[in-house]
Design a protein around this ligand. Structure first.
Ligand SMILES: [Zn+2]
Length: 301
């Protein structure tokens, strides 16, 4: 009897898709987001460490970033349909890091267009196993297929979807990644900044450029958005870029001082501890890598 029950339970579990138990949060009347945990991806959070947002365009949704897996995208959309049962009209990917777009396949299977920058063509290899595949549980990854954007853009583009004018702004320099894309809604003043803005955890600078990132944040802050939604973290206020901006600026001046006084990379990593950020999550896994990546940029100045 025990075995029979076990078999039955197993059958039920394997038939149903992995459920991330996601809860949407209303940011404005036309924007809901799923906010990921301020953690490193692992087999417990299954990549639910990233933000994914839904824009209500009247006749349908526009999705900004699709999360870490097929099952994540499916779970999120299931929750959004409970709020308003709308079809997804368009998907946008902010950048090439895999926690932001591995849910694409859930949408493209029903013919939805996915827009992303040409960085996907240059810097993503869909034949390779993804970092996510090697990190989260097989049950959560199941059904995920690396699916590139179906519409590649290389410059700033405007799109009209339902009652929303959507600005897809390409950042013309390496900042958080080699080519970041931000999304602006003029109607409600919401700026989706992707990973140019982090909160609740330390940013990741690896693969980016500290100078380009700071310049980009200055530009984004001058746009006058009423809400800035980052790729990680729950802060959606208009000044939500403050933590990232201050952290990068302080790190840059400390590294420049170290370089000026003749310190090598290892000594600089030891010196630039930025103790006041120690209490912020992921400090231990990010700080030395961030200093190292930034040193390699700043040593050429
Ligand atoms: Zn990223």
């Amino acid at each position: 009897m025990k075995t029979l029950l076990g078999t039955l339970l197993l059958t039920v579990t394997s038939l149903s898709a992995f459920d991330y138990a996601l809860k949407p949060v209303r940011v404005t009347p036309d924007v809901h987001c799923f906010f990921g945990k301020p953690e490193i991806m692992d087999k417990t959070n299954n990549g639910n460490i990233v933000n994914s947002c839904y824009i209500d365009a009247g006749e349908g949704y526009v999705v900004v970033d699709t999360g870490p897996s097929y099952a994540y995208a499916e779970s999120a959309y299931k929750e959004m349909k409970k709020i308003k049962s709308l079809p997804v009209k368009l998907v946008i990917n902010t950048h090439i890091h895999d926690d932001h777009w591995l849910g694409n396949g859930f949408f493209t299977q029903s013919g939805v267009s996915v827009v992303g920058s040409d960085d996907f063509l240059h810097n993503v290899n869909v034949q390779e196993a993804t970092r996510m595949q090697n990190t989260i549980s097989p049950a959560a990854y199941k059904g995920t297929v690396s699916t590139l954007p179906t519409e590649i853009i290389s410059e700033t583009t405007r799109k009209k979807v339902g009652n929303q004018d959507i600005e897809l702004k390409i950042i013309p320099r390496t900042a958080h990644s080699t080519k970041d894309l931000v999304v602006y809604l003029p109607k409600s003043g919401v700026l989706f900044a992707g990973d140019l803005v982090f909160n609740d955890r330390l940013p990741s600078v690896k693969g980016g450029n500290i100078n380009g990132w700071i310049t980009t944040l200055e530009e984004l802050e001058s746009m006058g958005a009423l809400h800035i939604i980052g790729g990680h973290g729950r802060n959606t206020e208009k000044n939500s870029s403050k933590m990232t901006h201050e952290y990068l600026t302080q790190m840059r001046s400390e590294i420049r001082l170290a370089i000026d006084s003749g310190l090598g990379i290892d000594e600089t990593i030891k010196k630039v501890q930025m103790a006041e950020y120690r209490k912020i999550k992921l400090y231990d896994s990010m700080q030395s890598g961030n200093v190292e990546a930034s040193y390699r940029v700043l040593e050429w100045e």
